[in-house]
Write a protein that binds this ligand. Structure first.
Ligand SMILES: C[S@@+](CC[C@H](N)C(=O)[O-])C[C@H]1O[C@@H](n2cnc3c(N)ncnc32)[C@H](O)[C@@H]1O
Length: 218
């Protein structure tokens, strides 16, 4: 049995200092190639008009775009400070014309029905106040046949892996936040129960080495 979930705030990451520290952390992860982009490809998300939920500083989607020429990415992000960082990073990649970051809560996205060919998200699920509402929103904004893939950490990760990641996480200032996020994350069983109550009830949810991966087709 894994420990009970301890929820995080639902305000996303705010404030320039935290944003700057998170950006440094996400950049290090990007440089190590730890980005889950491979999972999005495995789920069949290879091109098109794509939505990213909770892009943070943007590296995940920007790395995906690097391999998907001709594709466009819209990021729906709750924190306006993160949006500024993502826009700065998109410029560094030379992808301003292929990216559009909008401020919005994933539980009620300011986006039209049936707009996107696919949707993905990494490391944001554990922060969503009501994941069922977000799953339903993903269903709403996807075109028929649209693909989705959501990756995140998993609370019941092996403790040896948990602590070795904790100790190797840089910059050091991010470590307390890593534990808070891990404690707020779900197990695959919990996620399957939530998916079953949503429009994404046909999704598959799998246990990964460190995290979990949800994928499917509308
Ligand atoms: C831990 S960060 C992960 C950022 C990025 N996806 C990555 O993997 O590096 C989670 C991001 O999700 C955003 N977020 C949290 N709740 C959200 C919500 N309800 N709607 C939109 N974005 C949200 C946060 O502001 C933050 O930028």
């Amino acid at each position: 049995m894994s420990k009970q979930r301890i929820i995080e705030t639902n305000e996303g990451i705010q404030g320039e200092l935290t944003i700057e520290i998170f950006d440094r952390f996400a950049r290090i992860m990007r440089d190590k190639g730890w980005n889950n982009v491979e999972n999005f490809y495995k789920a069949g998300i290879t091109k098109g008009n794509v939505l990213e939920i909770g892009p943070g500083p943007g590296y995940i989607g920007l790395e995906w775009l690097k391999q998907s020429t001709n594709s466009k990415l819209t990021g729906c992000e709750i924190s306006c400070d993160m949006i500024k960082m993502a826009e700065k990073n998109a410029k560094e990649y030379g992808f301003e014309a292929r990216t559009n970051y909008i401020e919005g809560n994933a539980m009620q996205m300011p986006l039209q029905d049936e707009t996107f060919d696919a949707a993905f998200s990494n490391g944001s699920l554990h922060e969503w106040e009501d994941p069922i509402r977000v799953f339903n929103e993903i269903y709403r904004v996807l075109k028929p046949g649209g693909l989705y893939c959501i990756t995140d950490m998993r609370r019941d990760v092996n403790p040896v892996i948990k602590w070795s990641i904790y100790l190797s996480t840089k910059p050091k200032e991010i470590r307390p936040g890593f534990l808070t996020s891990l404690n707020a994350s779900y197990t695959v069983t919990e996620i399957r129960n939530l998916l079953n109550k949503s429009e994404l009830k046909n999704a598959s949810a799998s246990k990964e080495f460190f995290g979990l991966c949800i994928s499917g087709k509308k």
